[in-house]
Design a binder for this molecule. Structure first.
Ligand code: XBP
Ligand code: MG
Length: 262
């Protein structure tokens, strides 16, 4: 018997800031450790990192930082390969941090993933981050077998343009073989929202430390997090019909798909 009798076919999750708070105490110190290993005196403090986050993608972020703050360092024979090597070192440090198990999933993420699986609603990942970062985060939070739960994992450089471009969402929709009208995206940032909305997908925002003051026009709903039955989320703006001060679950997402709201 088909368990999912709604028009909701898939939920597409962003990773950084959405599945887990990875930026301030994950990616940022990993970049700094890589800078140190490369003998660079660069230090991305929490405030500067907030500004740099407007550029998605670690390699792109390093290049942007160099152009803006240390242009003299741009003068290298093969700048792109040098940035790629530096970024590879950063990924190594980030994976070490994940393996320590210090970066938990955000409220409601594991609950919703388990419920969607039970109801046979597809789940997928649409992120800018490096593929190994996604697989490690999933492995160390939901367990090794969780990788097989996802019907598509779209990550990193597999598309030419990172968020806010819609490319990664188009890629995932194609892998799933689904139209955007049957999917919901869960994001935490303005760049992520631009990406998912440009691909025509209704989107829920769970704000994160670095994104709460961004512009979320076009989101179906903006909340602090997905919430748990024991700890309801706070609604920042918007609503889902019949949600009534509750947490985000599969039936709330199905109602959103079926509503005429954005
Ligand atoms: C996440 C990012 C990523 C991470 C770093 O954006 O911008 O660049 O900060 O990952 P989103 P890499 O959540 O919108 O996908 O260093 O592996 O690129
Ligand atoms: Mg994000």
């Amino acid at each position: 018997m088909k368990k999912n009798n709604t028009s909701l076919s898939a939920v597409l999750f962003d990773v950084d800031g959405t599945l887990a708070d990875t930026e301030r105490d994950g990616h940022r110190p990993a970049f700094n450790a890589a800078f140190k290993e490369f003998g660079l005196d660069w230090n991305w403090d929490t405030e500067l990192y907030g500004k740099l986050l407007q550029v998605t993608g670690g390699k792109e972020r390093i290049r942007y930082y160099m152009e803006k703050y240390v242009p003299s360092a741009l003068n290298k024979n093969d700048l792109s390969s040098w940035i790629a090597e530096l970024h590879k070192t950063k990924t190594k440090y980030f994976l070490d941090l994940l393996a320590k198990g210090n970066i938990p999933l955000r409220p409601g993420i594991a609950r919703l993933i388990h419920e969607l699986r039970e109801k046979e609603i597809k789940i997928a990942i649409a992120t800018t981050t490096t593929p190994e970062n996604v697989t490690s985060l999933l492995k160390f939070t939901l367990g090794e077998e969780s990788l097989s739960w996802f019907d598509a994992i779209g990550a990193g450089d597999i598309v030419p343009q990172k968020k806010p471009a819609p490319d990664i969402y188009y890629w995932v929709l194609e892998k799933l073989g689904l139209p955007p009208q049957q999917c919901i995206a869960i994001e935490d940032s303005e760049n992520g929202l631009k990406s998912s909305r440009s691909a025509g997908i209704k989107t829920i925002i769970t704000v994160s430390e670095y994104t709460y003051s961004q512009n979320f026009n076009g989101a179906a709903m903006v909340l602090t997090d997905l919430g748990e039955p024991s700890r309801l989320p706070s609604i920042v703006s918007g609503t889902i019909p019949n949600l009534n001060n509750s947490w985000i679950d599969a039936s709330a997402l199905a109602t959103l798909i079926e509503s005429n709201d954005q």
